[in-house]
Design a protein around this ligand. Structure first.
Ligand code: ASP
Length: 343
């Protein structure tokens, strides 16, 4: 085939690559090299698809920064040879992984599309086929021989999302993901349509920068009514902790008890950044909107605005891994770096 897009399909693990053993009824991984036999439609696509798989495919519950780096390495080593990348992953932590990859790849000029499925590829009612075929088609969509998508996306159940805006919302429904604070980037109906105005645009003067240093030692402090001093203190005093993500109420509100504020201040004095993200699935942190968040603003808590927890974890690990100093951390975190939050 001449002049058709070259797509690299990378299987990391998850339900999508499984088949049902109808004798035992259990799900088991199948040899991914047989993907074209399992989905013969792949041969009909208007692009060339090469496949690659992790040596030992993993359930996405076992995903970790070590594997994020592995994915990024594969993309980096094949960046010039392919026009786009489709990453197959388990859905459980796909939003975390895809968010992390979005930070680790700066100045993308090619698509990286994550997808997976709720039912295995070998199941009669599988959603894997549509997800996989359309994800490849999206990765192969070009305008004037240039990829249309130049960012990390997540495609699932007829919808294309900015990956770092997504959250897994259902363990049962085919529509497993949602982007609560950002519109869809595209939809698959009779035609593939894109929300042109929202798509990132490539900058031809900027080359891809790959970032692989990821900080491990961060923690989530999830507030709940009645959380005790002992619990907050022991979380904030975890040895070697480098960053704290505090999940607050509503528009970023938290208790105003002196002991609580004092513990936060102590953490900040130790140059450990604290980012405020809301437990609400929709809407934004607005520090100072209520009295219960004014004090947080005063002491230097960082606003996560409308970022998801998944994306905030990835962004914090990325920025700390890059060695960003405490004094610069707030400014960088509050700024959208890959479209992960609103201005
Ligand atoms: N437990 C699986 C995983 O996340 C579920 C899935 O693939 O959707 O790897």
């Amino acid at each position: 085939m001449a002049n058709v897009p070259n797509i690299l399909l990378i299987y990391t693990g998850g339900t999508i690559g499984m088949i049902k053993d109808y004798k035992s009824n259990a799900l088991k991984a199948f040899d991914f090299k047989q993907i074209k036999e399992k989905i013969p439609e792949l041969k009909l696509l208007d692009c060339q698809v090469k496949t690659m798989a992790f040596d030992k495919p993993i359930d996405s519950s076992n995903m970790s920064p070590k594997y994020w780096v592995q994915i990024v390495d594969i993309i980096e080593n094949n960046y010039d040879k392919f026009d786009g990348f489709v990453i197959l992953s388990g859905t459980d932590t796909m939003s975390y992984t895809a968010s992390a990859i979005s930070f680790m790849l700066e100045n993308l000029s090619k698509p990286v599309i994550f997808t997976g499925s709720q039912l295995p590829i070998g199941d009669l009612r599988t959603d894997a086929k549509e997800n996989l075929i359309t994800a490849i088609q999206i990765a192969g969509t070009q305008v004037n021989n240039k990829p249309k998508i130049v960012e990390v996306c997540l495609y699932f159940e007829y919808k294309l999302y900015r990956a770092n805006r997504t959250t897994k919302v259902s363990a049962n429904q085919f529509e497993a993901f949602h982007s609560h604070n950002f519109p869809l980037l595209g939809e698959s109906g009779v035609h593939l349509t894109f929300n042109e105005a929202l798509l990132h645009k490539a900058n031809p003067n900027k080359r891809l920068i790959v970032r692989k240093r990821i900080e491990d030692n961060i923690v989530i402090l999830k507030l709940f009514p009645g959380i005790t001093k002992q619990v907050v203190k022991s979380i904030l005093n975890i040895p070697d902790i480098k960053g704290v993500l505090m999940e607050t109420y509503g528009s970023g509100n938290a208790p105003t008890d002196k002991w609580f504020i004092d513990l936060l201040k102590l953490t900040l004095n130790n140059k450990i950044p604290i980012v405020n993200v809301t437990q609400c699935i929709n809407g934004s942190v607005q520090l100072g909107f209520y009295e219960t968040s004014s004090i947080l603003k005063e002491i230097g808590i960082i606003s996560g605005k409308d970022i998801t927890t998944e994306s905030a974890i990835a962004k914090m690990k990325y920025l700390l891994g890059e060695g960003i100093l405490f004094k610069d951390f707030k400014v960088l975190f509050e700024k959208p770096l890959r479209g992960e939050m609103s201005y």
